[in-house]
Design a protein around this ligand. Structure first.
Ligand code: ATP
Length: 367
């Protein structure tokens, strides 16, 4: 089935009066790799299951070009599904598992064989075709699940946390494998994950969900450089996030704003307009904080150091109890006093910091 775009329009799903997903608007171009990303319970699987037809919508519509598909039964949507638990038939061989959908569709025998051969080759399992799923490793089982989905040449492949049962090394390998299959077969893929690194490394665009609502949709670069809210920044690796209060704008610099964070006056850049006195979320990435010889933005004391390849992941605490994560090549020791510079263009200010946790006071006073 060819199509040029898949469109979700105001899609919502309620469970017992509670909105698991609300107002999802998303257009997916043919050939795109889209990741649905967010913490546990944010509505990712609900969105995927609505798209697959496994869950009826409470509101909204889904279109494939001009054709409305949310009214179609799952098997008539021509979507392939790959689940976290593989969902293979344990009593069927790898080949039979892959052929199953083709047999159900009454595809002629010789064609079944040749399509299954091709799918086995694609996932590098030619020599495992006669084994049962229980005789395979987790990664091999997941490959069978992927082959079983793509052998049907679906319009769209939907994947729900397909790598979460695998160990770290295999996860990395399978990321590349899935992306390779996506490209070589020209698939359109919607991929659910709570792992932001996985989403960033695989997807063309990401949809960040929180509490059933879209927070932001964009390319990995857009979400990394211009997160619109603190939960998105948090997901994009902005580990230092604090509640602050707006002191006022900086004359002559339209996006610069002064904020108070636990008694520290800091200059930052606003993602959206904020009012003086408003509670905001103030964030900076560990790699954007600089360790300087003197006259930094903040003075702090090093509390924890972890060696991480070329750099150190350092935790530093200010006298007011702000705990900062810093990535630095500088060789430091626990107890060292440091000057930290927080560049104004890297210090991000987001509206709505009321629901951020307050900074925890250090156990020992540091000055
Ligand atoms: P996870 O990563 O933990 O799977 P998720 O982001 O995929 O989470 P969903 O499974 O979509 O989240 O769930 C979204 C919300 O809807 C949750 O609060 C969940 O408890 C609720 N929910 C999901 N399915 C049902 C159901 N069948 N009945 C009632 N509530 C449900």
């Amino acid at each position: 089935m060819t199509f040029s775009r898949l469109r979700l329009e105001n899609v919502g799903r309620r469970f017992a009066g509670v909105d698991a997903l609300q107002g999802l608007d998303l257009t997916i171009e043919r050939g795109e790799f889209i990741a649905l990303l967010g913490p546990s319970g944010c509505g990712k699987s609900t969105a995927l299951n609505c798209l697959a037809g496994l869950l009826p919508l409470s509101s909204g519509r889904i279109w494939m070009d001009e054709r409305r598909i949310d009214v179609l039964a799952p098997e008539r949507r021509n979507f392939g599904m790959v689940f976290q638990n593989y969902a293979l038939f344990p009593h069927l061989t790898v080949r039979r598992n892959i052929e199953f959908g083709l047999r159900m569709r009454r595809v002629p025998g010789p064609e079944i064989r040749s399509r299954a051969d091709k799918a086995l080759q694609l996932v590098h399992l030619e020599d495992q075709a006669g084994k049962l799923p229980g005789q395979l490793s987790g990664g091999q089982q997941q490959r069978v699940a992927i082959a079983r989905a793509v052998v049907l040449e679906p319009a769209v492949v939907l994947m729900d946390e397909p790598l979460s049962n695998l160990d770290a090394k295999l996860r990395l390998e399978m990321r590349t494998e899935i992306r390779r299959l996506h490209q070589s077969l020209g698939l359109t893929t919607v991929y659910v994950t709570h792992d932001q690194e996985e989403a960033l490394s695989m997807a063309d665009r990401l949809v960040v969900l929180r509490q059933g609502r879209v927070q932001q949709i964009g390319t990995p670069e857009e979400l990394h450089s211009q997160p619109v809210s603190w939960p998105v920044a948090d997901f994009m690796g902005c580990r230092n996030l604090f509640p602050g209060s707006v002191l006022g704008s900086v004359p002559g610099r339209s996006t610069s704003t002064m904020v108070d964070v636990s008694g520290h006056r800091l200059e930052g850049t606003t993602a959206a307009p904020v009012e003086t006195g408003e509670t905001v979320a103030v964030g900076i990435r560990p790699e954007d904080i600089e360790v300087v010889p003197a006259e930094g933005t903040l003075e702090a004391t090093i509390t924890v150091i972890e060696y991480q390849g070329r750099e150190f992941a350092v935790e530093a605490v200010t006298a007011q109890g702000i705990r900062l994560h810093v990535r630095t090549p500088a060789r430091l020791a626990a107890g060292d006093p440091v000057h930290l510079r927080l560049p104004a263009e890297r210090l991000l200010i987001f509206p709505g910091g009321d629901d951020l946790p307050r900074p925890v006071a250090p156990l020992e006073a540091t000055s």
